[in-house]
Design a binder for this molecule. Structure first.
Ligand code: SAH
Ligand code: SF4
Ligand code: F3S
Length: 472
């Protein structure tokens, strides 16, 4: 999954405060403040939470010190992600001491993993709400307002929040996330997500298309379809006697308008089908970019990880993508120092990165998560300094591959969707090409280009992270 500004998908990202309706905040009786951590799913869920709270008369604020309700939408993927949230909670303690009426709630994956234990561990927390229980927030808030602690961490087999129109938080007005499924049925041995997010379920395809159409009619030009494993999307349209696979769904969203770009994340290498690749090839507006996490380049380690593919199988998948979509960007996730990984096996990860020529990657060292298969079955036996050194080697190789990839683009011309002004300079625009690379280019005097426009840009220079060019 991708983060628009920093490409830190699934990374414990600095939380952000949002004020989607700052101008009319006085209309609201009460104010909420929300910070999101973790993957795009969580950021997308916060937009559903904002919608539910908005219906209850809550307005958003960017300043937690003036909020009646402070919410942290949390991530459990690595230990560090949880530590970041705990640190943030201690910062809220002081404010709560001064304003005891303020409610503090923990949402998301940490709420689900720790459940009521969180109330014992973090005394200032009033609400603990798991990812499938957001509809009950109004009731839980009422309960907490009477001084009781309120918890709902029930997971559901059906909940997809299909009928809730998310309130776009801190939106650039051009790109938006659309959640298409929830949960995960895979059991990668290192991963906490199946425990925090529950069973996989796909959202009604009609509601997905309607959301994409609505976004486009409001000026949005790009949607990213979100799920932990989008390729296993599966929904039966009984009224029309049609089975909607991910490839079919992609096509339906692409047909909303040729001017609406479609992205998706994340693809599990075992599930991405040839039909998805040929559908991508058929529609110009389906972006030529696949996030295809490998995790390790060694078959024995992949087996321990329960990824269900081998090194050779993954390499063949990359070759197939290159054959069907020669200009496709590919990125990956890697875990360094998984249980019992040898030096040779680590080198297999480096060599599969060379084979795949990733444009960029998200790289982590293994962090044992309580309750997962790996925590129960295997010893976390790679010393921290070795994990960190292996990670460093992976990062250095990726830096080189990213620079090589960007240098290959010098001299090429790309269609870029303008997302806004460059962070560094008001006189430059920034946007991305189909392959998900950020391109920065100067505004031309007298031109009426604006955010949300498509423009052709010729690349003249690059850094490891960005392409630089000029408009044609
Ligand atoms: N559903 C996505 C990934 C979700 S988690 C997929 O299957 O690709 C995002 C990334 O975090 C994973 O791809 C993995 O690289 C990393 N990750 C997950 N659990 C981890 C752990 N216990 N330690 C370190 N990294 C982990
Ligand atoms: Fe975790 Fe694997 Fe599911 Fe991804 S596919 S969320 S890594 S269990
Ligand atoms: Fe984190 Fe939960 Fe996403 S554990 S990565 S927020 S699904």
């Amino acid at each position: 999954m991708l983060d628009l500004a920093t490409k830190t998908h699934n990374e414990e990202r600095q939380g952000e405060a949002y004020a989607p309706f700052a101008n009319d905040v006085n209309e609201y009786k009460k104010r909420f403040y929300i910070e999101s951590y973790g993957c795009q799913m969580n950021f997308s869920d916060s937009e559903i939470v904002a919608s539910i709270l908005n219906n209850e008369g809550f307005g958003a604020t960017r300043n937690f010190e003036e909020a009646d309700l402070v919410l942290l939408n949390t991530c459990s993927i690595r230990e560090k992600a949880e530590q970041t949230v705990r640190k943030r909670l201690t910062e809220f303690r002081k404010v709560k001491e001064a304003r005891p009426g303020m409610l503090v709630g923990v949402l998301g994956c940490m709420a689900e993993r720790l459940k009521a234990k969180l109330l014992e561990e973090e005394k200032l927390v009033d609400l603990v709400v798991g990812p499938d229980a957001y509809r009950t927030l109004p009731l839980l808030i009422e309960e907490a307002e009477t001084g009781q602690k309120a918890v709902n961490v029930l997971l559901s087999r059906e909940e997809t929040y299909a009928d809730i129109s998310p309130i776009r938080l801190d939106s650039n007005g051009v790109t938006a996330f659309v959640s298409i499924m929830r949960g995960c049925n895979n059991m990668c041995s290192f991963c906490v997500v199946p425990f925090t997010r529950g069973r996989e379920r796909s959202r009604d395809a009609h509601s997905i298309i309607a959301e994409a159409e609505d976004l486009f009619s409001r000026g949005f030009k790009e949607v990213t379809l979100l799920g932990q494993n989008v390729d296993s999307y599966y929904w039966i349209d009984e009224a029309n006697d049609e089975t909607v696979t991910f490839a079919k769904l992609l096509e339906k969203v692409a047909l909303v308008s040729p001017d609406l770009r479609v992205r998706f994340s994340t693809s599990h290498p075992k599930d991405i089908t040839e039909e998805v690749l040929t559908t991508m090839a058929k529609y110009e507006n389906i972006c030529k970019y696949i996030h295809l996490p490998v995790q390790s380049g060694n078959t024995r380690v992949l087996q321990l990880m329960n990824r269900t593919y081998t090194r050779e199988w993954y390499m063949a998948k990359v070759d197939q993508i290159r054959r069907i979509l020669p200009d496709c960007g590919i990125s990956s996730d890697m875990i360094a120092g998984f249980c019992s990984e040898t030096e040779e096996e680590h080198k297999d990860t480096l060599s599969i990165m060379e084979h795949s020529q990733y444009d960029f990657s998200y790289m982590f060292f293994y962090s044992e998560r309580p309750g997962t298969l790996a925590a129960r079955r295997y010893a976390d036996d790679i010393p921290e300094d070795v994990k960190k050194r292996r990670l460093q080697e992976i990062v250095e190789l990726q830096n080189k591959l990213s620079l090589d990839s960007n240098q290959r683009d010098i001299g090429k011309t790309f269609k870029v969707l303008i997302e806004g002004e460059s962070k560094r300079s008001e006189t430059d625009w920034k946007g991305r090409n189909s392959q998900n690379k950020m391109i920065v280019f100067p505004k031309t005097e007298g031109s009426d280009l604006k955010k949300g426009d498509y423009v052709w840009v010729k690349v003249t220079e690059c850094t490891q992270a960005t392409l630089l060019g000029y408009t044609l």
